[in-house]
Each structure stands twice: as C-alpha cells, then as structure tokens.
Ligand binder design. Structure first.
Ligand SMILES: [Mg+2]
Length: 353
C-alpha cells in the first residue's frame, strides 16, 4: 500500500465534490421516495434540479463546510504566530459568522470579519438546519461534556470534512471534529459521526485506502462514550457494501440521513459501492431522505479519493460559488498540504487568527 499523501487535486476534489453532491441533493432534499419517483421517474435524478432560482445551487452544508475551513485557516495563522488556542474557539466564531449570513445582526462574538463573510453569494438561506440556527443563536457554547441540546441531526457531520485536511500531527482530527460539531449538536451520534468523518478524511488525505481508513476510524470511535449507535451504523454500511442486494433498498435500511449516524452510513455505503464519482453521488442523493447532506458527505469522500478530475465538468461548470470553494480548498492546501507554504502577510489579513 502506497500511503502517499494526497495531492492538491484531491484537496480540490474534497471541497468541490462535497459542493457538487450538496447541489445535486438540493433540489430533492424535501422529496420523499414517492415524490422523487413521481417527479423524476424510478431512477431518480441524473443531473441538477433547479432550486433557489438556479441549477447547481449549494445549501447550508457547503456554506458551513466553507466556514469550517475559514476557522482552520485562522487557527493555523494564530498557531504560526505562536498563539496556541483551540481550533474550536475559531470554529465557534466562524459558525457565528455563518449565522450572520443567515440574516442575524453582527455581534462581537463573531470575531474579526475576514473576507469570507463579506461574500454576497454566501448571504442566502438554503433551508438551514434549525438545530444549528437555535444553538448558534444561543452563542454556540456546546461541548461534548456540556451539550448544547440533545440533537443528533446531521448538521455536524455534513460540515466536518475540512478538519481531516489539516496536516497530520497538528491536531487530533477525531477530537477536534467532535468538539466542532458539539458546538451545535449535543447527542453523541451528532458529534461522534462528525468526529468519525474528520478522522476518516485525515486517513484518506494521508494516503490510506478507504477500508483501512474506515477500520482505523472505527477503532478510534470505540473509545468514546456513547459510540454504539454510530459504530453500528458504520458497520452496517460496510457489511451492506460487502454483501449483495439492491443498493436503493439497502440505503432505505440504513435510514434517511436526517441524523448524523444515518447520513454518515448512507454516504459510506455509497462511496464503498461506487466505481466512479458520478455513480457514488447519484446513489447518495437518490433516496427519500436528506439528499443534500448525504450527497455532500459522499462527494467530499469521493472527491478526496478520486481527485477533482473525476468530477464531471458539466456539474462543476454550473456549480454555484465554484471559484470561492476552489479558493478555500487551495488555501487549505497551501496551509496544510505537502510542503505547506510560508504564507504572506496578506494571508494573515484574509484569515485573521
Ligand atoms: Mg442542506
């Protein structure tokens, strides 16, 4: 096994793949299986469905993923300047800035503005999760030991991929993924599913094979209080992918993806089964549940594994905020990729730490 660290093309693939999966799911997020079949036929969709006034529109999953990236880049600038603070401090502020994009007045706790929150295209409500809105309205102070609520919604896992792109050794992706998700989601299945995804992305970014990465992330998950539901979901996804059965029926048995562990399981199953990016994300969105979130997570993983060249151009060409998403992926690469670069003072102003 090579275990060679993945390249810039894979960092781009991770963020753009997630955004494409989100955008494919966006137009059918609230269609149950009957509505999906009635509108799009038994096979479901094979391309973007116009929603929010356009094709290729992204939703809160991508918006919040971009703010996770913003938080990590600020954390890194602070770290490089010798100011050692926890990534979750930056994460809380970044998610509060996302809350500002949803129409909430600016508050001092949102931190220094930086550039991302000024991007007009992000100031759009795309069916944001109620749990995230409510927890952030209250300041986003949740932690695994002092939970914000009892929510195990998928709003934590759907935004956590960038944590795994941080260069190995700088942080514990599982622990920080858990803490960053617990800002808004207090049930273990809400934050441990996010921790699992962060750990798995870190494994894959380091060059691990998918099944080895899932295995090692599962062993890490087992050490946590309250892990059983998430571990069972992951194990079912793996065993379904190894066995026979009609994929669409097996996905129904994994759930609908509204909760963290179900969204993770559906995405893992689709990624394990897929022979291409296209096949995997279409499988991940064509069900009666939370299609944009399962599409987003599957897209993050497939894009990371296969690289940006594996994403069909017809989807990238019409993807909303493509250039902005690319910019953040490349900034993650410059900060954390192979031979991470020395950064300019301009970078410190873009991501004030
Ligand atoms: Mg969404």
């Amino acid at each position: 096994m090579g275990n060679e660290r993945r390249s810039r093309e894979h960092y781009l693939g991770c963020l753009l793949g997630g955004a494409v999966g989100d955008a494919l799911g966006a137009g059918i997020e609230f269609d149950d299986a009957e509505a999906l079949a009635a509108k799009h036929g038994p096979g479901g969709i094979a391309d973007y469905v116009a929603v929010y006034g356009r094709e290729g529109a992204i939703t809160d999953d991508t918006q919040m993923t971009l703010f996770t990236a913003d938080a990590l880049l600020r954390w890194d600038n602070a770290r490089r300047a010798g100011r050692l603070r926890s990534p979750v401090v930056f994460g809380r502020e970044a998610y509060l800035r996302w809350l500002h994009t949803q129409g909430v007045a600016w508050r001092p706790e949102m931190g220094k503005p930086g550039w991302l929150v000024k991007e007009r295209g992000l100031h759009a409500r795309r069916a944001p999760g109620n749990t995230c809105l409510a927890a952030l309205q209250k300041g986003g102070k949740g932690t695994p030991s002092e939970p914000a609520n009892e929510s195990k919604g998928c709003g934590g896992v759907m935004r956590m991929a960038p944590v795994g792109l941080v260069r190995a050794g700088l942080l514990d992706p599982f622990a920080e993924g858990s803490a960053l998700a617990a800002v808004t989601h207090g049930h273990p299945s809400g934050y441990l599913s996010a921790a699992f995804l962060a750990a798995l992305v870190a494994e894959l970014a380091g060059g691990a094979e998918l099944r080895d990465g899932i295995e090692r992330s599962s062993r890490r998950l087992e050490r946590e209080l309250g892990h059983a539901e998430t571990l069972v979901a992951v194990e079912r996804a793996v065993s379904f992918a190894e066995g026979r059965g009609e994929p669409r029926e097996l996905i129904v048995r994994l759930g609908e993806g509204w909760t963290g562990e179900e969204a993770l399981a559906i995405a893992l199953y689709c990624v394990l089964r897929a022979r291409s990016f296209e096949e995997g994300v279409l499988l991940a969105v064509n069900h009666g549940g939370d299609s944009d979130s399962t599409g987003s997570i599957a897209g993050n993983l497939l894009g990371l594994l296969l690289g940006v060249a594996a994403i069909p151009a017809r989807w990238l060409d019409r993807l909303e905020l493509r250039a902005l998403t690319e910019e953040l992926a490349l900034d993650l690469w410059r900060h954390f990729g192979e031979g991470a670069e020395s950064l300019s003072t301009e970078d410190a102003a873009r991501y004030p730490g």
